[in-house]
Design a protein around this ligand. Structure first.
Ligand code: FAD
Ligand code: NAG
Ligand code: NAG
Ligand code: NAG
Ligand code: NAG
Length: 388
């Protein structure tokens, strides 16, 4: 029989891989998230003319901040201007689309006819299909809701990242906010920026917590004493802004002069200019959980166990703060977005190529099948001649 021979030829051409047909989708890639990670992925995909749509619900982690820092070429740029410039530039590429809705579900569709694709639905009920998904959905900061003035001050004098905001508050009376176990690691990040430091540990100075701290830093008392850090253990009741560093600045020296009064459940208040925080984070979106992606213990999408920003689900990539790289800043968001753009493109190209080769082989096979039907046994002889 000739068919098995041709079939093995097809297998040889496709390297033995099962080459499925490419499904007709609305886009090659759907990117969920329009922060620096998603924008970077869209840029990389657009530069090689992959059709891609970026969905953006306009909830950005650094929305509260006045200025973005430590992003070379954009030191001090407000995040909204940075994103707007990226959008304007990427809009030049005809294969890029921006859709400003919230994605509510993503469902993988697989059957033997096609390579897997995804059906994505947004909050307007519109459905879109794509061959790959890039999640750039970010994190939220878990700030306690029962402390008046804290959320309002976050990103504006009360900050979590010394690289983002520390320099603008250097040499100012400073506070470290957090459980006593976090004080030494926070201190290590700011010793070059601030010297008048109070650690506000909010009632966590307990024997149990001290024992845990001593396990990591046996000489923690000497370390904080060496920098003159005083521990304030009273329970914090509220933060009250006395001055807005967005308005009161020492522009010649890039200093923002925020002033806060900290009130406690008892005793006298304390006044400080700025604080470094130690609160947790969580995924902004439920999509990683809905998709059943493998997550790390600290609630990040596991990309460390896979290459190229891939996740546990084939065809789904995760970038930016949401993934498990252990790096949550704009340069990492851009790096990881670029990486997913490259790996996603090449993965698509491999599938395209395999399907193209298989299609050619299969159509040769179909041709012979038709010929066989017409000429019956004659085909065997013809085939032997062709081969010779
Ligand atoms: C106060 C503050 C200041 C900071 N300052 C700096 C700084 O100066 N320099 C620096 O490098 N880093 C800074 N960071 C960190 C920086 O904000 C993050 O690292 C960065 O934003 C991560 O980018 P991302 O694209 O992963 O996520 P994000 O920027 O948070 O973007 C997430 C995107 O996903 C979208 N999204 C989520 N779910 C859905 C859905 N279901 N459908 C559609 N869209 C969805 C959101 O709308 C958003 O567009 C700061 C963080 C904070 C909190
Ligand atoms: C691309 O976009 C930028 C920003 O909108 C614009 O200034 C530039 O002229 C565009 N370039 C082209 C080739 O269209
Ligand atoms: C696969 O393709 C065949 C032939 O075109 C079609 O009849 C069948 O419904 C398809 N199966 C699925 C699950 O789409
Ligand atoms: C301080 O601790 C109390 C619980 O004792 C908690 O409710 C509150 O949110 C904490 N405040 C801060 C600023 O962490
Ligand atoms: C700190 O505050 C907590 C809660 O009020 C209390 O249990 C603990 O004894 C205090 N620690 C010190 C060293 O005073």
């Amino acid at each position: 029989m000739i068919l098995p021979k041709l079939f093995s030829l097809a297998l040889a051409l496709t390297g033995g891989a099962l080459a499925a047909t490419i499904p007709e989708t609305d886009f090659d890639v759907i990117v969920v998230g329009g922060g620096p990670a998603g924008l970077s992925a869209l840029s990389a995909l657009s530069r090689v003319r992959r059709s891609a749509a970026l969905f953006d619900s306009h909830q950005y982690r650094n929305d509260p901040t006045r200025e973005m820092h430590d992003v070379i070429g954009n030191d001090g740029t407000p995040p909204a201007l940075f994103r707007a410039a990226a959008r304007a530039q990427i809009s030049n590429y005809s294969t890029a689309s921006f859709i400003d809705t919230t994605i509510t579900s993503i469902t993988p569709v697989s059957n033997n006819n096609f390579t897997t694709y995804f059906r994505t639905t947004d909050n307007t009920g519109a459905e879109y299909t794509s061959r790959k998904i890039v999640l750039a959905t970010g994190l939220i900061d878990l700030l306690p809701a029962n402390v008046p003035g804290l959320v309002e001050g976050f990103g504006k004098g009360i900050f979590w990242c010394p690289w983002c905001d520390g320099y603008e508050h250097r040499d100012q009376p400073f506070g470290i906010l957090g459980e006593i176990g976090h004080i030494v690691s926070s201190l290590l990040e700011v010793t070059t920026l601030n010297s008048d430091i109070i650690a506000f540990v909010n009632g966590t100075y307990t024997d149990e917590n001290v024992a845990a701290l001593e396990a990591s830093y046996s000489d923690w008392r000497a370390q904080i004493a060496a920098y003159g850090v005083r521990i304030e253990n009273r329970t914090i009741a509220s933060f009250t802004r006395l001055q807005d560093g967005g308005e009161v600045q020492n522009e010649a020296h890039d200093q923002q002069l925020d002033v806060f009064r900290v009130d406690f459940t008892e005793g006298e208040p304390i006044v400080r200019n700025a604080f470094l925080t130690n609160f947790g984070t969580a995924q902004r979106s439920g999509l990683p959980y809905d998709l059943g992606l493998a997550m790390t213990e600290d609630g990040k999408i596991d990309t460390s166990s896979y290459s190229g920003m891939r996740t546990s689900l084939s065809g789904v990539f995760a970038i930016g703060d949401a993934n498990s790289d252990g790096s949550t800043n704009v340069p990492h968001a851009m790096f990881s977005g670029k990486r997913a753009g490259v790996y996603g493109h090449v993965e698509l190209a491999r599938e395209d190529m395999a399907a193209k080769i298989a299609k050619r082989s299969v159509s040769t096979r179909a041709l012979h099948k038709e010929a066989e039907r017409l000429v019956g046994d004659e085909m065997e002889k013809i085939w032997e001649r062709v081969k010779a």
